[in-house]
Design a protein around this ligand. Structure first.
Ligand code: HXC
Length: 258
């Protein structure tokens, strides 16, 4: 598929999306987000794809929503158009695992986009921040909600209130990213993690993602019940029989449920 603001390619069982407005440090505008949503929907519908990677350039994953677009936006336009929810839901609603591979700046909407993904892998060059306060606005795509859930309240407050960026090492220490890798290894590590996930049973992988996300939305007891029911349903899958039989027969499982 051919896009202008992203590059979408399939490598094995992984859909790889590269944000591609390098001159604007991948500033996120409607065209880019529409294309991102379309690529995600395509990969979601493709039963051969088991995981998705979103990445940017060496210098920037994304330096935020496009400020030149927002500069003249009025309250009425923002409110009536429900500014930014329209084409950002695709990331949040994607049911297959999505890995953000972040090098360089992940600021504002860029940090929020990374946080919508299921796993963030950071290059040692990565910088995360919510600098909206400098522009006279506040985070609008989950920064004030996902950040305190991912890191401490105090750190989230300092990042959003004082516009303090954190580097990759601090992001890992605070739990925002799953791990830090050398910049020149970032894509390989992200692709190999995605390929590993894509080799497992797709419905089981989707259930795991749904259950972990559920933990944010429910009490512990509700979440445990949700997990238990999903766990029971896994026994309806051929992949459960295959996975356990392969263990008993000391061979590698070949999962077929897609
Ligand atoms: C539009 C942007 C941009 C952005 C960078 N550019 N960020 N354009 N929107 N968010 C453009 C610059 O204007 C410049 O264009 C080119 O990209 C290169 O950027 P420089 O500033 O020259 O690079 P550098 O000096 O290396 O500084 C990098 C930077 C800085 C520290 C990341 O660009 C910066 O502070 N950007 C803004 C970061 C920010 O405030 N993000 C939050 C946005 S609000 P020209 O034409 O001059 O070469 C937001 C709200 C989200 O995200 C709400 C929900 C979606």
């Amino acid at each position: 598929m051919s896009y202008v603001n992203i590059i979408a390619e399939v490598r094995g069982k992984v859909g790889l999306i590269t944000l591609n407005r390098p001159k604007q440090l991948n500033a996120l505008n409607d065209d880019l987000m529409d294309e991102l949503g379309s690529a995600l929907a395509t990969y979601e519908a493709d039963e051969n794809i088991g995981a998705i990677v979103i990445t940017g350039s060496d210098k920037a994953f994304a330096a935020g929503a496009d400020i030149t677009v927002m500069q003249s936006l009025t309250y009425m336009e923002a409110y009536k158009g429900d500014f930014i929810s329209r084409n950002w839901e695709g990331v949040k609603n994607c049911r297959k695992p999505v890995i953000a591979a972040v090098a360089g700046y992940a600021l504002g909407g860029g940090c929020e986009l990374a946080m919508m993904c299921d796993i963030i892998l950071a290059a040692d060059t990565a910088q995360f921040g919510q600098p909206e306060v400098r522009l006279g606005i506040l985070p609008g795509a989950g920064g004030t909600q996902r950040l305190p859930r991912a890191i401490s309240k105090a750190k989230a407050m300092e990042m959003c209130l004082a516009s303090r960026n954190i580097d990759a090492e601090e992001a890992e220490r605070s739990g925002l990213v799953s791990r830090v890798v050398p910049a020149d290894r970032l894509l390989d590590e992200a692709m190999s993690t995605a390929t590993r996930i894509a080799g497992f049973s797709l419905p089981v992988v989707m259930m795991i993602k749904e259950c972990i996300n559920r933990s944010y939305e429910s009490s512990l007891n509700e979440g445990l019940l949700f997990e238990r029911r999903a766990f029971h349903s896994a026994f309806a899958l051929d992949d459960q029989k295959e996975g356990m039989t392969a263990f008993v027969e000391k061979r590698k499982a070949a999962f077929t449920n897609r």
